[in-house]
Each structure stands twice: as C-alpha cells, then as structure tokens.
Ligand binder design. Sequence first.
Ligand code: C2E
Ligand code: CA
Ligand code: CA
Length: 409
Amino acid sequence: MEILRKHYKSGDIIFCEGDNSDCGYLIEAGAIELSVIKKSKKIIISILEEGELFGEIALIDGKSRTATAIAMDDCTLFKVVPEHFQQRLEGSDPLVSMLVKILLSRVRDTHDLWLTDGEGIKSKNIRRLVDDENYQLLRKVARESVVAQSRLSQALEQKEFELHYQPIISLKTKELRGFEALIRWRKNGELVPPYQFIEILEKSGLIVPVGYWVVEQACQDFSHIKKFIRLIQKNPAKLFMSINVSGRQFTEADLIDRMKKIVNRTDILTEDIKLEITESALVHNTEDAVTILEQAKKDNFQLALDDFGTGFSSLSYLHKFPIDTLKIDRSFTVNMLNDDTSMRIVNSIIGLAEGLGLDIVSEGIETEQENKVMTGLECTYGQGYLFAKPMPMTELEVWLEDYLKKFNK
Ligand code: C2E
Ligand code: CA
Ligand code: CA
C-alpha cells in the first residue's frame, strides 16, 4: 500500500518542471513555492499554504509538470492520486467532467503560451483535447446527457411523468397492506421504465423537483384510493403508501420539511407514508442520512430500507438508522429456490429483522412456490407479479374491486 502522507524538509524539491506526473498534493502543513523558468530566469508563480492543492493538472491528464514545487519550510503533504476522485468525477454529470477537463487543459495551454510568449505554440497544441480519444467520448456522452436532461426537464413541466402503484400484501393473511408508487415517463405515447431515466434525473439533480412531484401525486392518488376502498369495504384496514427517495434527494437539508408540507396539504398523514431509501444512499452519506432520517421519524414518516442485502456490509450500521421495514432485494427472492447462499441470506435477513422488531417486505414474488417459502419463513409482507404488477390508477381500481371482495367486511 502506497504511503500517501509524506514529510518534506525546508528546501526539498517535490517535483521539477518537465518531470513525469501522476498525482497532485494537498498541503496539510507548511508552505510550497511554485516556480517556472522563463527565458533562463526563475519566476515564482505562487506561494501556497495549508489546505491548498497543487499539481492538480496531473490528476486529469498525467502529462509532464508545468512548474517546480519546493518546500519553503518543513511540510506535510497528502498525495492525491487519480483514484481518489476519478471514480467520483466519472460518476458525476458528464458535463461537469467535461468542464473540469476543459478547464485544466486551458490552464495548461495558457501556461505554455505565457512561458513562450506565444512563440512555438502550434495550433495543434493549443487544441490538444481534439486528439484525446477519451475526451471525444466524454464530449459525445456530455452532449447526449444535456439533450436527455433538457428533455426530462420538459417532461416534468409538461406533466409527462405518471405514477403506477403496486400492491403490497400481508403474506400470512393475504390482505392488502399498502402500495409502492413507481414512476414512469409517458414519452410520445410510449411508457418509459425508470431504469432508462432515473440515473439521469439523479446526476442532473432533476430528481429533487421530480421527487417532490412524486410525493404530491402519490398523496393525491392515495387519498382517492382510500375513498374508493371505502366504497367497497366498511372498515378498511390501515394502508401505507411507499415512496422511493434517491440518495441525491438526501443532500437537500430541507427535504423532510418540504415533504411534510406537501403531505399536509392533502388529507393524507405523514404516518401513512413510507419512505423507501436504498442502502447505498445511506452508506455513502451516513452522518447526514442519520440526521435526515431522525427528522423523518420525528415527523412520523415510516422508513424502509430498500434493496436490502445488495453489496454493502449492512449489518454493521443497521442499528444507527431509525427504520421500520427491510425490503429484501428481488435478486434473493428469484434465486433462493435454487441457490443455498441466497436462501441462507433470506433466512438471516428475516431473523435479523425479527430481532430488531422490523417488518420485512420480500420484493419480486412471482411464483406460488416463492410465496409459500416466504410465507413459511414468516416474512411480513410480499410484493410481486404473483399478486399484481404496478398499475395506473384506472387499472388499480379494477384490481382493488376484484381483490377486496375476498376480504369484504
Ligand atoms: P425498486 O424500488 O426496487 O422497485 C421495485 C421494482 O421491482 C419495480 O421496478 C417493480 O416494477 C419491480 N417488480 C416488482 N415486483 C416484481 C416482480 O415480481 N418481478 C419483476 N421482474 N419485477 C418486479 P420499476 O418500477 O421498473 O422501478 C425500478 C426502480 O426505479 C425502483 O426499484 C426504484 O429504485 C426506481 N424508482 C421507481 N420510481 C421511483 C421514484 O419515484 N423515485 C425514485 N427516486 N426512484 C424510483
Ligand atoms: Ca422501492
Ligand atoms: Ca427494491
């Protein structure tokens, strides 16, 4: 493992102009002088102190150093390697990655121009990004992403999103217990599933306004659904409405406040709303997430951990979050009958949930056999095509009329 924190004595050279480069540096303590040689004379271009970053261009293009860095006194430097942020940069909006690349390349160009007073710089050098294959790919992706984002922003304005509702039932009694609201995009008459646009909404931040729209629409529809059910059943059971909240929404400090206000404008109570949050959203942002979830709990929202069991060391942090429900990821339901490991994981999740006093929903129950096994394991709730697919409101009414007749009180 590479040692990333290093000490330098006053006068030590950290790197020289022209050296190969592969990292940047963050100054933890001390001061650094950056200089260049111009017309055989040393010119100091900057004195940097604690907390500042230098050598950063190398992080993007890995080309040679454009200046010399010398420790001005005893320094501690933290080496910033491309892996520290390349993944984050690639994970961010392609337009942002493109901007960072362009800016750093322009800094290099300006530096070269200044150093040679404009002499000897060929136009090919000035536009060096044109030859960079990765950049060309990024440019294509960024362009597509801008087009998609503006189309999605238009979709929100023109009310092209719609919510479909999938029933969640008690596995023991088969009674209806709630619904999950799932977004779709009606694009030119065709229904586009969320996997084709949620990521773009998240990366662009559009998920924030779309998320508030989801809460509002789901509350209005839930209010309608409850009235409809009361026409069929005299004493309907208490139901919940599950709403998906993505990690990006968790960066909004007033998220819960705004959601509460939206819910309060309808005749739905916050205690009827179950916010579904994925494990990854919590793990990547634990401190803030705990604060937001505690506020949600204080405001009486129910909380579910979605896609539980996928890819994270879930158990170690579970007790930190004030959640009510675990949703076992569909991949376990699909595999448990022919894969021992999946079956063991399902078993442990159910045991764990029982121990912590949490409800469990198993997602993706498609067959009678899966239903039987999950019911046998005393999983609280089930959701899946065996019971019902996600449906638009009109279809849901037909389904409710038919399903609730079996439990008419
Ligand atoms: P999710 O939260 O895990 O939602 C469950 C997904 O499983 C839904 O896919 C649902 O249609 C599907 N599903 C349910 N039962 C079965 C089954 O028996 N078999 C199969 N094959 N699939 C089943 P959908 O509607 O395509 O949604 C995909 C994902 O998109 C959701 O996964 C959720 O992460 C995200 N999503 C949907 N609506 C919203 C939203 O309003 N906001 C946010 N942030 N994300 C949303
Ligand atoms: Ca969900
Ligand atoms: Ca899920």
